[in-house]
Design a protein around this ligand. Sequence first.
Ligand SMILES: [Zn+2]
Length: 405
Amino acid sequence: MEYRDLNIQTQREAPNNARTEGFSFLVRAGYLTRENVQTQLGECAIDHLRDLSNTPSFLTDLSLPIMDNDDEVFFPIAKGPSEVAYCPSCKYTERVELARFAKTMFPQEELLPLEKVSTPDCNTIEALADFLGIPKEKTAKALMFTRINDNKFVFVAVRGDLQVSEAKLKQHIGDIRPATAAEIERSGAAAGYASPIGLKDALILVDDLIPQSQNLVAGANEAGYHLKNTNYGRDYSAEIIADLIQAKAGDMCSNCGNSLSVVSVINLATRKELYFENILLALAEAHHDNKGLTFPHPVAPFDVYLMHVSGKEMNTRAKAEEIYSALQSANISVLFDDREERAGIKFNDADLIGCPIRLTVGEKGLKEGMVELKRRKEKDNRPISFKRLTSLTGPMEFWDLIKAT
Ligand SMILES: [Zn+2]
């Protein structure tokens, strides 16, 4: 590919909307616009990744620090669109809203008799626990929804110290919306003072900790009142008992007991699909330095950045073109910077774009039959024979020559 054909536009400054360095360099190197749209160069890079993905080990070969389970592959990234719960010890990985964890149980108690108590202005768990001087885990929290497909009133109870995961709820009962005041009233519940006791036409779900937690304080379904010592089984029952709780950082891994982390991620793949734009971003996050991208072979869209520095006596560009044709015949992917720009500008762009090898054709070297080889990740240049470069028969020979230089 010739540089000008791709319309590459590099930028000196990082875009002000860059959330990560990888994104910033993809924009600065001209793979993406600031608006996160692929340019021609970006499309080249993605087509190249798509070709590589024909091998089954594609994702593992990228050596990215991925987190995965049977269904999805994730890459950790600042301010990503999703979060996973991750166990650094056993590698358990799950979207945080669906993650399992080991819940803290409290000692079993004998069932005490129900007792109605006045609890004025206690329509939140915090206010209730404060007012009664009890920990939040001794209360039952109520959430009320309406199922979308049949308008069924849904009542959910979880221990007061825990948060419901709507994603887990939806796995059991389908799509829901918050119940309206009229729907709550019709069921016999009282907002802020609700419990599953004595409801009409309600689909009741409880978290699996509820049947194991005795003598919880729950609403009396009457404004200003709660019931002490409510007990699942004795005072009410549920259609569905299931894990309904949202995991959080520090919860215990249910496989190994270590502490779970919550990590911001992008999704690289599902069982059915690879997300190449995200894979390119992940590669940029994993492979850059302070000058630009440092894509390794074979993920780099081009193995070689070829450029010439204008000469006084010799036509360096014609020599570079010879190398360009020879490398192409040898099946090496080349980005040929054929612009008549100052060397410094081209060097900067080469560093930004991040091809593993840079070849610079200049007058001084040519006089000795040499061009300049620079590996993107190394500081120094080495001379490499013009003759060898223009008489290659295939990629193996090319990489052998690079290795030996
Ligand atoms: Zn674990």
